[in-house]
Design a protein around this ligand. Structure first.
Ligand code: UDX
Length: 461
């Protein structure tokens, strides 16, 4: 068990609550401070404002050790103050640090040494600026450390308590030691470094993960062109110990609250310093194009999409979360609507509201696929493994599944009577289904779709 310390958290968002809850789990006293009264009221009433597995239990189990407050003064008695505020992109692509500066403005004056620890993802150089700001305010007894988080949504509690590493960058050894001591009880390598390098580790780790995803997505696109299967290829690549198996799942692109924002921030950081980060620019562009590939896949099977009904299954940017920030589903839905398709959207937890304006929101998979010309797996929710069922096939106007996450077994899906189209693997057309095309169009009011080949052979007017 760690030496018990008093820990302050600026910001009761996702990072702040996971950090606060997990430090309480390690035995520390935690004060979580936010500026939004409704959020603090909800937390005091035991309500979590977002979906994150295990976090509700952690907060309940450690309720005695966690205080929620609106008052910055209540942070005065804490030893280490974690800044866990949002750093959204500005119009220029830089990270907006105004919440960080607001937190600094509100720092309570303390007599003894206190350490400010940065959890928010910030540009390299932020620590240096904060240190200068602290000195300018005469807050010389406030130390500073960069202690980035590497938490993934849906597994954040596990990631915090079983991390691959703990990174601490500080200006003074004793500050780094104080932050490290908070983690005692956790088995993990600790990387102690300078502040700028700690800030860069976070940005570079995210950029590298995104690079792997865009890389495998491009390999998938080439696989489609040359007749290879990206799932097999990724397995073969991942067994090389120099490469490893992670983040090689091809799909319709990454989204979320971190990758898109942090990649832009790193690209901007580099260009502000006079460097054009070419590889990262390509990674971002590949991801944007990947989100749109499903539209071409649908057109390949259905021809023009005007009037076609398309079920989008899974809306969150990944399973295990209700977060739709930068989710591929948003781009996909608006592209389909722009093509004149009817979009029927389903997710087990995400509530899209205005984000999917113009789409029909459905409560069940069956409701979404009823009458649909295609069902698209957008997020690999485990329940969608059951999608290729007789019930779904009968409900659909056309039995076409576009598997945007390679969740399903292509052969089993075909055997269940569906045309199948994955990402980077062999596809099968309606014509390959037994008894088609009669069976497919039988008893359906919709006329057979104009196919891509119809379009290419049509004479110009
Ligand atoms: C990520 C990082 O993993 C985490 O360390 C960092 O602190 C915050 O950003 P998160 O955004 O929660 O976490 O999700 P993650 O599981 O990393 O997935 C990000 C996106 O990449 C998702 O849209 C996911 O579907 C996609 N992805 C992931 C792929 O397309 N292929 C993969 O192989 C892995």
């Amino acid at each position: 068990m760690a030496d018990t310390r008093r820990i302050g958290i600026f910001g009761a968002g996702w990072v702040g609550l996971v950090t606060g809850g997990c430090f309480a789990e390690l035995g520390h006293e935690v004060v979580v401070r936010d500026i939004v009264p409704e959020r603090i009221d909800a937390l005091r009433a035991g309500k979590l404002p977002f979906h994150e597995p295990d976090l509700p239990e952690v907060l309940v189990r450690n309720a005695q050790r966690i205080t929620y407050t609106l008052e910055a003064e209540e942070l005065a008695g804490t030893d280490v103050l974690f800044i866990c505020v949002q750093t959204p992109p500005t119009y220029s692509g830089d990270a907006d640090l105004s919440y960080v500066w607001n937190a600094l403005d509100e720092l309570p004056r303390v007599e003894r040494r206190q350490i400010l620890a940065m959890k928010s993802t910030v540009p390299v150089g932020t620590g240096e600026s904060v240190r200068a700001a602290l000195e300018a305010r005469g807050l010389t007894n406030v130390g500073y450390a960069s202690n980035p988080e590497f938490l993934a949504e849906g597994t954040a509690v596990r990631d915090f308590l079983n991390p691959d590493r703990i990174v601490i960058g500080a200006f003074h050894e004793e500050d780094a030691a104080s932050v490290e001591a908070l983690y005692s009880g956790i088995e993990a390598p600790v990387v102690r470094t300078d502040v700028a390098s700690a800030e860069m580790i976070k940005l570079a780790a995210n950029a590298f993960l995104m690079t792997r995803i865009s890389f495998i997505n491009e390999i998938a696109n080439v696989c489609e062109a040359v007749g290879a299967d990206v799932v097999e290829v990724a397995q073969g690549i991942g067994l090389d110990h120099r490469l490893g198996p992670h983040f090689l799942r091809a799909g319709i692109g990454y989204g979320g609250s971190c990758f898109p924002k942090d990649s832009l921030a790193l690209k901007q950081l580099a260009s502000n310093s006079g460097y054009h980060f070419q590889l990262l620019s390509a990674v971002i562009e590949v991801n944007e194009l990947q989100k749109r590939r499903v539209v071409q896949k649908l057109q390949k099977h259905l021809g023009k999409l005007r009037g076609r009904k398309v079920a989008l299954l899974g809306l969150a940017f990944k399973p295990g979360t209700d977060d739709m920030r930068e989710a591929p589903s948003i781009v996909l839905a608006s592209r389909l609507l722009a093509e004149g398709a009817e979009v029927r959207a389903w997710d087990p937890v995400a509530k899209p509201g205005e984000l999917l304006k113009g789409a029909v929101q459905c409560d069940t998979v069956i409701e979404a696929v009823t009458g649909a010309d295609a069902a698209v797996v957008v997020t690999e929710w485990p329940e969608l493994r059951e999608l290729p069922s007789a019930e779904v096939r009968e409900a659909m106007a056309r039995p076409l599944i576009v598997d945007g996450r390679n969740l399903l077994d292509p052969d089993a899906t075909r055997a269940a009577g569906f045309a199948y189209e994955g990402i980077g693997r062999a596809s099968s057309a309606f014509e390959s289904l037994p008894g088609t095309p009669e069976r497919v169009w039988r008893n359906r009011e919709v006329p057979p779709a104009e196919t891509a080949s119809d379009r290419t052979t049509r004479k110009p007017k």
